[in-house]
Design a protein around this ligand. Structure first.
Ligand SMILES: [Ca+2]
Ligand SMILES: [Ca+2]
Length: 359
């Protein structure tokens, strides 16, 4: 029965390999140069046509029930490509959210960002009647100073989950960001924010890049190792006040080409390949074992942090959303991963038993 043993062990290996790739990020984008800066794009939304916050797991936030239409449509991205379009239907004076979770996008390219210095995105503000203002947060798994995933208990489920660092565009007079209009050749520097809003001039269409130094851990999250890790992203979130005025043109703004950039991206190409292998192994080891359990940092005081976002109205409807369900998708993925690994273990045991029975 040698063949049977080989088959079972092989099956277990396949399942283990599948679980590793499932937990790791999907791919690494080719480097492109945007405004003379090497850039990797996580998504250009081209593979997500028709996906909305209502119908696709890669998006969450406000939806049709809130009177908005947030989803991927053609024509408003770079070179008239597809983009995540923020459209109004019946909402007025409503503080809306659209979040993208790359873990549920088969086309997401989330590797190779070591050495990046800035977040970058393409913004189309053509649907605004005046200047554009929106808030932005991205989430990623948190790691300890020694490189282990930091775990914390979910107060609702009682289960340990990866802690998330929520990086919020900082509300500070010294916060810096840059904008490069389509067809332009130089970045315009903006200094200072109010209520963490990214503000752009009327009709702006082009790239915006935000130095990582311009982000702070927010929503009661922490950053144990004092850096952006780029290992496992959980969300890229946009918060935006929707008003009747947006109806006139059918869209308020559009986001395309989400990614990270930096002069060191290209130089680190070879090093990245090596590091990614190590990172993936580390991530999965942490997931499977449950990692180090820290005290719970997630309870209490959540609403207070949202005062930062209180300039637009109707905050009450949305303020808890990022906290109540910060990364449900991640948790689900982890449970699935653990289940797969357990199943693999059972198969290995069966194979071993089978081998003993017939040897
Ligand atoms: Ca696009
Ligand atoms: Ca970190």
């Amino acid at each position: 029965m040698k063949m049977k043993k080989t088959f079972l062990v092989g099956m277990a290996s396949v399942i283990l390999a599948t679980s590793v790739s499932f937990g790791a990020s999907a791919a690494k984008a080719e480097i492109q140069t945007i405004g003379d800066i090497p850039t990797r794009i996580i998504t250009d939304f081209e593979n997500l046509d028709g996906a909305t916050t209502d119908n696709h797991d890669a998006f969450f936030g406000s939806g049709s029930a809130n009177g908005v239409d947030f989803g991927v449509k053609g024509g408003l991205g770079t070179d008239a490509s597809k983009a995540l379009v923020f459209g109004n239907v019946t909402a007025d004076n409503y503080y809306a959210e659209a979040s993208y979770n790359p873990n549920f996008d088969d086309g997401a390219k989330t590797e190779g960002f070591e050495g990046a210095t800035d977040f970058i995105m393409h913004v189309d503000a053509g649907g605004e009647t005046d200047g554009l203002a929106f808030q932005f947060v991205f989430g990623e798994w948190e790691y300890t100073a020694t490189g282990e995933p930091r775990m914390k208990k979910n107060p609702e489920t009682g289960k340990n989950e990866n802690a998330i660092t929520f990086w919020k565009f900082a509300d500070d007079v010294n916060t810096v960001y840059y904008a490069l209009e389509d067809g332009g050749t130089s970045w315009t520097k903006y200094t200072g924010t109010s209520n963490s809003y990214v503000r752009l001039p009327s009709g702006f269409k082009g790239y915006v890049r935000i130095p990582l130094d311009s982000f702070d851990p927010s929503w009661n999250s922490t950053d144990a190792n004092d850096k952006v890790d780029f290992k496992h992203f959980t969300r890229f979130s946009f918060y935006y006040g929707m008003y009747n005025r947006h109806k006139t043109t059918g869209y308020a703004m559009a986001i395309d080409d989400i990614g990270f950039c930096g002069a060191e991206l290209a130089q680190n190409e070879n090093m990245n390949n090596n590091n990614n292998n190590g990172n993936n192994a580390g991530n999965n080891s942490g997931n499977n074992t449950g990692g180090t359990v820290d005290e719970d940092h997630s309870t209490g005081g959540n609403t207070g942090d949202n005062d930062d976002f209180a300039e637009t109205n109707d905050v009450g409807k949305n303020e808890n959303t990022p906290f109540v369900t910060p990364d449900t998708g991640d948790a689900t993925a982890i449970y699935v991963l653990i289940s797969i690994v357990l199943a693999s273990g059972i198969l290995i045991v069966l194979a071993t038993k089978n081998m003993k029975d017939h040897c």
